[in-house]
Design a protein around this ligand. Sequence first.
Ligand code: NAD
Length: 256
Amino acid sequence: MPLPAAQFHDLRDRCVLVTGGGAGIGAALVEGFIHQGAKVAFVDIDERAGLDLVDKLFAETGSRPSFIHADLRDITAVRQAAETAATALGAIHVLVNNAARDDRQPLEAVTEESWDESQAVNLRHLFFMSQAVAPHMRQAGSGSIVNFSSIAFLLNMAEIPAYATAKAGIIGLTKSLAGKLGHDNIRVNAILPGMIVTVRQKKLWLDEAAIAAMLEKQCLKRSLTASDLVGPCLYLASDCSAGMTAQTMIIDGGAL
Ligand SMILES: NC(=O)c1ccc[n+]([C@@H]2O[C@H](COP(=O)([O-])OP(=O)(O)OC[C@H]3O[C@@H](n4cnc5c(N)ncnc54)[C@H](O)[C@@H]3O)[C@@H](O)[C@H]2O)c1
C-alpha cells in the first residue's frame, strides 16, 4: 500500500481500535495507523486474515498490532473485544467502526431473518462498540469515533434494501452519538466511501463493465482503492480535525 503523505504526530502511541481490520479498507487502515506509530488493535471474524496481517505488518514494520478474533454480530463478543483491546493497549482513544458485509438481496428475497442479519452485521455493532469504548475515551480525556457508511444508500440501488438502510442508519447514529459524547470531548464522524476496488468487491460484484460505469460518473477517472480511505480516516482520528464532529466525509472520486 502507498504510505499516506502526511504524518500526524499526535497519533504516535495513540490507542486505536479498528473493526473489520483483517481485509480490504480495514486492513489498509490498520497499516496506516501502524505507520503513524499508533498502538493498534483490530477485530475480525476471519482468523486467518487477521493472523496473516499481523505477520505481514510485523515483518514490514517491526510493529505488531493486536488481533482480536470475534464475531461482531454477537454483542457480548463486541463488549469483550473492547475490553481486550483496552487491556492490550491502554484506554482506547480512536475507534474505527469499519466492519460490514454488503450482501445483495432484492426486495422479494428479504426475510425477517436476513433483515435482522444485515442490521446485525452492518449497523448494530457500531452502536454497542461505541457504547463500550466511550468510558475509555472519557478516561483518556478525549476521543474520536469514525463510522464507515457508504454512498450506496444515496444511489437508489435496488438490490441492497437492508444494507442501504443500515448505511443510512449509520449517519443518524453518528449524529446522535456526536450530540451525546461531545460533552466529553469525544468526536463522532462518518466516512462514506464510493466504489473502492478491494479483493472482495472484485470477486463478488465489480466486473470491468461495473468499474467503467462508475468511472463514467466519477470526476476522477481512476478507480479508488483502500489506501484512498487511509488519509481521510487518519485526519478524522487526529487532533487536526479537533473542531469537527457530527459530520460526513464522502470519498468517492466525485461520483455523487
Ligand atoms: N469497498 C467498497 O466499495 C465500499 C463502498 C462503500 C462503503 N464501504 C464500507 O467500507 C467498509 C469496509 O469495506 P470493505 O470493502 O473493506 O469490506 P471487506 O469485506 O473487504 O472487509 C470487511 C472486513 O470485515 C470483516 N467482518 C465482516 N463481518 C464481520 C463480523 N461479523 N465480525 C467481525 N468482522 C467482520 C470481514 O472479515 C473483513 O475482514 C464497510 O463498512 C463497507 O460497508 C465499502
